[in-house]
Design a binder for this molecule. Structure first.
Ligand SMILES: *Cc1c(COP(=O)(O)O)cnc(C)c1O
Length: 373
């Protein structure tokens, strides 16, 4: 039996290797914008910790206080004894930031999507997704057993056509990201909301890369996201009307059947959200850094903290990343299946902690490698 499993895995891995798609883990220690791996300290342009809150002493101290008070783990699911009092505080902060009635925390953003989507839609319904939606949105849609149809990226006319062609159905749920994770562009939320209003469809957004960076003025009644990116901690959430939140508490499987978030994470997230709500200078700095880089590298004006440089094949992206690493920059190559075939890229993620001199040197290196290619 062992030999069979080993043979199966080895063959699959060799196949990935042959296409430059095999990935492996690389232990990395982060401090601010610095990342140390293989004894090399690099300036990281690959973190989603856009505001630098993940290594902010105040955030860490709040996490430690919470762990001292409530323990290392929640001890049970929230519906049993795992509802550490800090959950409600973090949920209140999220609802206030998003302007919704209520919010519910999940173990991660992935768990929020695979839990909430099947509560909102079922077998008689249709889910219409932007084709570049994150893997966990696709996973949630598949678990719902609704009919799932993709529309062309950010193409509201195509979404409308897909919606018309999908009839008859009981209900329609349209899902998109506020800020696309691998492209950094933003969804036409007002147009999608208008489409939903005209067709009695519901709009749900994934704000994983927006929270703390973009003030979206988001019209969607259901807004999920994560505390693992700009909030620097961990955990997912869904914000929406109180009745929907109460239903998720009862019905979302990835909420009901899993342990509550650990106190450290809740304490850290609570402090991080307090900073996000009050410190606008940090978010302005992130976007100013992204804009500076794009201007220097001759790229289009960025719409978020994320700037892609599309290179095509996986080997080209890997080689470019290795050259930047030799110059002291950590910019990981993003390859299929994370992005569509033929669109392997470098993904630059800017932080409020990046220094202007480092961004200038990064842009110079990028420009000279592109000129040589
Ligand atoms: C990272 C991410 C998630 C998952 O969030 P986690 O908290 O890391 O599980 C969901 N959606 C999008 C768009 C993401 O980028």
């Amino acid at each position: 039996m062992d030999a069979e499993i080993i043979g199966f895995a080895t063959e699959k891995l060799a196949n990935l290797e042959a296409r430059d798609l095999r990935r492996s883990l690389k232990p990395t220690s982060r401090r601010g914008a610095a990342a140390t791996r293989d004894d090399d300290t690099l300036i990281s342009f690959s973190d989603n910790d856009y505001l630098g809150l993940g290594t902010e002493p105040e955030v860490i101290a709040a996490g430690i206080d919470a762990a001292k008070k409530f323990g290392a783990g929640a001890g049970a699911s929230r519906l049993v004894t795992g509802d550490v009092p800090l959950n409600q505080r973090v949920e209140d902060r999220l609802a206030a930031i998003k302007g919704t009635e209520a919010a519910l925390l999940f173990g991660s953003g992935y768990l929020a999507n695979i839990g909430a989507i099947p509560v909102l839609a079922g077998p008689e319904d249709v889910i219409i997704l932007d084709e570049l939606s994150h893997s966990c949105i696709h996973a949630g849609a598949a678990l719902s057993r609704a009919r799932v149809i993709r529309f062309r990226h950010n193409d509201v006319d195509h979404a409308a056509q897909v919606l018309r062609d999908a009839a008859p159905f009981r209900r329609a749920l349209i899902i998109t990201e506020t800020v696309f994770s691998m492209d950094g562009d933003r969804a036409p939320l007002q147009d999608l909301a208008a489409l939903c209003a005209n067709h009695h469809a519901w709009l749900m957004t994934d704000d994983a890369h927006g929270l703390g960076v973009i003030d979206a003025n988001n019209p969607a009644p259901v807004q999920m996201g994560t505390l693992s990116k700009a909030a620097g901690a961990y955990g997912g959430y869904v914000c929406g009307p109180q009745a929907l939140i109460d239903l998720l508490v009862n019905r979302a499987r990835s909420f009901v059947y899993t342990t509550g978030l650990p106190p450290f994470v809740l304490g850290a997230a609570d402090k991080a959200l307090e900073i996000i709500a009050s410190d606008k200078a940090r978010r302005e700095k992130v976007l100013a850094n992204a804009r500076l880089f794009c201007r220097l590298a001759g790229l289009d004006e960025p719409q978020s903290a994320i700037v892609p440089l599309i290179l095509g094949e996986a080997d080209a992206a890997l080689a470019f990343s290795a050259r930047l690493q030799a110059e002291g920059f950590l910019v990981t190559a993003i390859r299929p299946p994370t992005v569509p075939e033929g669109t392997a890229r470098l993904r630059f993620a800017f932080s409020a902690l990046h220094r202007e001199a480092d961004i200038r040197r990064l842009a110079e290196n990028v420009n000279s490698f592109r000129a040589a290619a």
